[in-house]
Design a protein. Structure first.
Length: 385
């Protein structure tokens, strides 16, 4: 056989050269790699005597077995010298890191209508919180839970989706539902004796002496679902167009927004006014042309109104408004919210309109978002009072 042409017992490399040359004249190059010959030479572009075909015998040096705990030159990484011991992280250390991240992680949960406020709040919390702060829609929240585990706290801005997790929520979905259904919330205000405009649950309850009234839908935002009814015919027309309840119209009022927070997350049952803190109060101010109509039924951005700081109001008036806001949010059992309150100067009476679970926090000029972030961390026990 060809394999027998290898001379054994000879000295020097000439004998091995001659044997390999003889084999390459008749043998397939691939067979040579499997023949068991000690491959310590490299023959490149050798011309066979019977053909102009060229071939290459690649000499493969035996790959050394990796030494446990050391890096070979082939796998060397920048900054790590060969044979330098490698120390992988211990399992206990990894578990401690993950556990620490679980304890500190906060998640800002929001929906489409609150995307700008949610992103702004997440950034503010990230500046003040020492742990990771993540945010997004409910779909992303589920992905985060699968990848990183449950966060310690969830700050919920207006979502009502259910999650079967043990994380603690600021504004659980039931609280959001209580405030989002304006008709139901106003019914609670009436039952709890919260100062608010008189509520008419049915059009048949409205008499001629009760006019004018304001028709509203159960779910509304930004002035939508609004009917100013001066006659009983207007009332019936509003019902046909979707009004589900009515409120008495209170003229000559100032309108405030009071951002209110629970002082801690522990006492959720039977909270009272003393369990809440007002972190900011704003007043709707006319920014349109000319003079506003004091009896205008709607005061929103579309009609030239915007929230600014209180316009040199007496502290007694602001205290009355703050107190009414705390009463309203306590009646709904919420952790936080932006409460819209009217104040009639003539009678010095507050009127709670609604509680917003998705307050506007994206205004870069205002400091509302930073106040929310600080108050959230205090409520969660992350900052001292």
């Amino acid at each position: 056989m060809v394999g027998n042409t290898v001379e054994r017992g000879t000295s020097g490399e000439d004998s091995l050269h001659r044997s390999v040359e003889a084999m390459t004249d008749v043998a397939d190059p691939e067979w040579l790699l499997l023949s068991g010959i000690p491959t310590s030479f490299l023959f490149s572009q050798r011309r066979r005597t019977t053909s102009v075909k060229r071939f290459v015998i690649k000499v493969l040096e035996p790959i050394p077995k990796p030494v446990p705990g050391k890096v070979s030159a082939r796998d060397q990484k920048p900054g790590l010298s060969p044979n330098q011991p490698v120390h992988p992280p211990k399992a206990e250390e990894s578990l401690d890191i993950n556990k620490q991240e679980y304890v500190k992680m906060l998640y800002v949960l929001y929906k489409n209508s609150g995307v700008h406020s949610g992103r702004a709040l997440r950034k503010e919390l990230a500046r003040a919180h020492h742990g990771p702060v993540v945010g997004g829609f409910p779909k992303r929240f589920k992905q985060i839970i699968r990848r990183r585990g449950e966060p310690e706290f969830v700050i919920n801005l207006g979502t009502t989706e259910s999650f079967n997790i043990s994380s603690r929520f600021l504004n659980h979905r039931d609280m959001v539902r209580a405030s989002s259904n304006k008709k139901q919330a106003r019914r609670i205000f009436a039952e709890e004796g919260i100062p608010a405009p008189r509520l008419f649950l049915r059009a048949s309850e409205i008499g001629q002496s009760d006019l004018p009234v304001v028709g509203r839908t159960s779910y509304h935002k930004k002035g939508q679902g609004f009917w100013f009814c001066k006659t009983l015919s207007d009332v019936r027309r509003a019902v046909q167009q979707g009004a589900t309840h009515f409120l008495e119209f209170v003229p000559n009022t100032r309108e405030y927004r009071v951002h209110t927070f629970a002082k801690d997350i522990e006492s959720k049952e039977e909270r009272g006014v003393r369990d809440y803190a007002s972190i900011k109060i704003s007043e709707k101010v006319w920014q349109g042309q000319g003079k506003p109509n004091p009896n205008s039924p709607q005061k929103n951005h579309t009609f030239g109104w915007t929230f600014l700081g209180p316009q040199d109001r007496r502290e007694e008036e602001l205290d009355v408004v703050r107190h009414a806001a705390k009463q309203a949010i306590a009646s709904l059992g919420m952790d936080f919210g932006a409460v819209d309150v009217m104040y009639r100067v003539k009678t010095k009476t507050p009127y709670v309109l609604e509680v917003n679970s998705t307050p506007s926090l994206a205004n870069e000029v205002a400091d509302t978002c930073s106040r929310y972030a600080q108050r959230i961390l205090k409520t969660l026990g992350k900052l001292e009072e």
